[in-house]
Design a protein around this ligand. Structure first.
Ligand SMILES: Nc1ncnc2c1ncn2[C@@H]1O[C@H](COP(=O)(O)OP(=O)(O)O)[C@@H](O)[C@H]1O
Ligand SMILES: [Mg+2]
Ligand SMILES: [Zn+2]
Length: 246
């Protein structure tokens, strides 16, 4: 099935690395699959692919299957200890192969996990398929917000609908005293979303279970459905499905 036949293609982006794009991608994909949709994940972070570990892939086929989700990643294709040092044209070719030569089948939603920044890979994805929308991920710190603004602008300029912003690592709730600590600042991404007039899709706290899920190949929504983050992901996916955005 050609890429044009996938009903919805959603990119997950941020300005900065380490803010939780891959964690968000894995959990949104899993939560959408749990709603009975056929879901794929394209790992476009060619330089630091995370989907192999986050979905616990053992097979090196493309796509591979994990908990009912179709995952295409280059994580298993190149030696783990070697840098993926690719210039723009090579990166563009790899992205286009993942978009066009993977047997995606009849997908309801394809989620694309992007690398950080506004470079070759983002441009290749934007030009290589018709994105239905992009979900931005940001942490509350000023340095992350500054980069996120640039990321949002790229999608605005290229007419990709911005579905909204997820504030990740919004706080930490101490399991001892139950106090909520705003380690990275309070509601920075929420304020940014308001300022730019884009929806705040959800606030995900720092939770050991979300991190461990990623480490163990079982996205948090599956491994720990009752943690706060898992519930926020679940509700957010339901809202996006109901509004036909994903
Ligand atoms: N809400 C969260 N709570 C705990 N750990 C998180 C959370 N979000 C992300 N992490 C962890 O932070 C690290 C970076 O997240 P990742 O999803 O790889 O970011 P990115 O893809 O933006 O570089 C990972 O080890 C991940 O498990
Ligand atoms: Mg990542
Ligand atoms: Zn405490």
């Amino acid at each position: 099935m050609p890429i044009e036949d996938i009903k919805k293609i959603i990119a997950i982006a941020s300005g900065k690395g380490g803010v939780g794009k891959s964690t968000v991608t894995a959990n949104l994909a899993m939560a959408t699959a749990l709603e009975g949709k056929s879901v794929g994940v394209l790992d476009a972070d060619l330089y630091g692919p995370s989907m192999g570990i986050m979905f616990g892939l053992s097979e090196d086929t493309i796509p591979a299957f994990s908990h009912g989700v179709k995952v295409a990643t280059l994580a298993q294709q190149f030696p783990a200890k070697k840098a993926n040092a690719w210039r723009g044209p090579r990166a563009a070719a790899l992205v286009n192969n993942l978009l066009n030569f993977v047997d995606w089948g009849n997908l309801d939603v394809l989620f694309i996990d992007l690398p950080p920044g506004t470079g070759d890979v983002q441009l290749s994805v934007i030009q290589g398929c018709k994105l239905s929308g992009v979900i931005m991920v940001c942490t509350p710190q000023t340095v992350a917000l500054a980069d996120c603004i640039k990321g949002i602008d790229l999608f605005k300029e290229t007419n990709v609908p911005i579905l909204g912003l997820i504030e990740n690592m919004s706080s930490f709730i101490c399991d001892n005293c139950k106090k909520e600590h705003f380690i990275f600042g309070k509601e920075g991404a929420k304020d940014l979303a308001q300022k730019l007039g884009i929806p705040l899709l959800g606030q995900i706290p720092i939770e050991a279970s979300l991190m461990q899920g990623g480490e163990n190949g079982l996205p948090g929504v599956l491994a720990n459905p009752n943690c706060i983050g898992a519930r926020v992901f679940g509700e957010l996916v339901l809202r996006l499905l109901e509004s036909n955005q994903i």
